[in-house]
Design a protein around this ligand. Structure first.
Ligand SMILES: [Zn+2]
Length: 74
């Protein structure tokens, strides 16, 4: 199944092709704030809502993730 992600002309990330990619951290944070808005949450009951942004080493862009930051485990 192919997922089309061609938002704002950004090329998909090589390792996260289904994730939206943002060129700037501010853009990612803005998108995050929109997704965290109560009206957005209501549209996806039980769905995961991104909680933070992170810089991707593969594409040098920014992605949103619902995974909490990983703590170092031994
Ligand atoms: Zn990436």
């Amino acid at each position: 199944m192919r997922v089309r992600i061609e938002r704002a002309g950004l090329t998909p990330c090589p390792i996260h092709p289904t994730k939206a990619r943002y060129r700037r951290k501010t853009g990612a944070i803005l998108a995050l704030s929109v997704l965290q808005h109560p009206s957005s949450r209501a549209q996806s009951p039980g769905g995961k809502v991104p909680c933070r942004v992170y810089k991707c080493p593969a594409c040098s862009g920014w992605h949103l993730t619902s995974q909490p930051e990983r703590k170092r485990e031994e």
